[in-house]
Design a protein around this ligand. Structure first.
Ligand code: KIV
Ligand code: ZN
Length: 391
């Protein structure tokens, strides 16, 4: 993996963590279509699945690893030999395949779920990384529930797994509990306190339970993280994961602030979002950033007026930069005369000031009565107010 200081790596987990979103399970053919689209979009790593989970998942990961050459293929494994061996079996034919192994590190998980001591879990983490390392140098380790883990223990674990050969250490906010300055500070703490941290790429993996997954990921980047784990449309467990389209466009639009690039061809973003929606049947909310139906729609009269004069007044990125052909103006009760006049011109009506005045009055009456005014409505008004008056 190229390691210039100015590059953020995008690790897409739509096919693994994303698929854990209720109602999002995909069959192997659908997963392969998504993997091909992710490759076209330019993601660096595709987490193709959890091979030990089922025979179907194993075969699907294997098929993706065999076919996709333009991205690294990762397979998830718990920190035990059986999982790691199975993950390797599935991904070994991939281009620069990666084993991603994980174990919980928080006392809450150790006490109630694993029922193991910190010492025992640390030993298992090291053994897992060594086992994965016996197959490939491309090994990622995640201390699950890192954000609720004792900081001293987290540093100890991160240092130990890097010494054991992990090339990427991922710091998951598994339950979406962190807030941006806290999560950023946690990454800064690891950079400061773990002596061998520069030997590994620091990765972030945020869940969206408090609606902060993208913000947390960006805070981590400002403090030393260089890989972001994310999913198309932000799908994932519960409230989802960091949305790839949002985090990538934030880095691009505010490059002045972050100073990093990704390898993503952002013009493929919208198509990727639509493909996932078609396959899973899970719609995107209209006001969703970047890919929602309203992300480039303008209804306020003041905004419409500004936009007609110069797009930059109310658009911080172009719709074309994410693969949407153009922004659109929605005619409704908030629209002003300028927007209505421009829209009428597009429909082929060049009205005099007097005609426009009459049409605009009727337009406002109608807009008060119904949510949106469509082209057919406007045409009917023009016919009644202008052409019928001439008859
Ligand atoms: O949220 C999480 O902790 C995970 C790990 C497996 C990385 O998905
Ligand atoms: Zn997760």
């Amino acid at each position: 993996m190229e390691s210039t200081g100015k590059r953020i790596y995008i690790f897409d987990t739509t096919l693994r963590d994303g698929e854990q979103s209720p109602g999002s399970s995909m069959n192997p053919t659908e997963k392969l279509r998504i993997a091909r689209q992710l490759e076209k979009m330019g993601v660096d790593i595709i987490e193709a699945g959890f091979p030990i989970a089922s025979e179907g998942d194993f075969l699907s990961v294997q098929q993706i690893a065999r076919e996709i050459r333009g991205a690294q293929i990762a397979g998830l494994a718990r920190a035990n030999n059986e999982d790691i061996d199975r993950a390797w079996e599935a991904i070994q034919e991939g281009a620069n395949p990666r084993i991603h192994t994980f174990i919980s590190s928080s006392d809450i998980h150790l006490k109630y779920q694993l029922r193991k001591s910190r010492e025992q879990v640390l030993k298992e983490a090291i053994a897992a990384v060594e086992r994965a390392r016996s197959y490939t140098p491309n090994v990622e380790f995640s201390p699950m529930d890192a954000t609720r883990t004792d900081r001293g223990y987290l540093c100890e674990m991160v240092e130990a797994v890097i010494a054991a050969g992990a090339s990427t250490v991922n710091i998951p906010d598994t339950v979406g509990y962190a807030i941006p300055n806290e999560y950023g500070a946690l990454i800064a703490h690891l950079v400061d306190k773990v002596p061998n941290i520069s030997q590994a790429v620091i990765s972030v993996h945020c869940h969206n339970d408090l609606g902060l997954a993208v913000a947390n990921s960006l805070a981590a980047v400002l403090n030393g993280a260089r890989q972001i784990e994310c999913t198309i449309n932000g799908i994932g467990e519960r409230a989802g994961n960091t949305a790839v389209e949002e985090v990538v466009m934030a880095l691009k639009t505010r490059k002045d602030l972050f100073g990093f690039s990704t390898g993503i061809n952002t013009e493929k973003i919208y198509k990727s979002s639509r493909l996932l929606t078609q396959i899973t049947g899970i719609p995107v909310q209209p006001n969703k950033a970047i890919v929602g139906a309203n992300a480039f729609a303008h209804e306020s009269g003041i905004h419409q007026d500004g936009l007609i004069k110069e797009k930059i007044t109310y658009e911080i990125m172009t719709p074309q930069s994410v693969g949407i052909s153009e922004s659109h103006i929605v005619l409704g009760k908030h629209s002003g005369r300028h927007a209505v006049s421009e829209h009428l011109k597009k429909l082929g009506f060049n009205l005099t000031d007097g005609e426009l005045k009459k049409v605009f009055v009727r337009f406002k009456e109608l807009a008060d009565a119904k949510k949106n005014v469509f082209d057919e409505d406007l045409e009917a008004i023009v016919y009644e107010e202008v052409f019928r008056a001439e008859d």
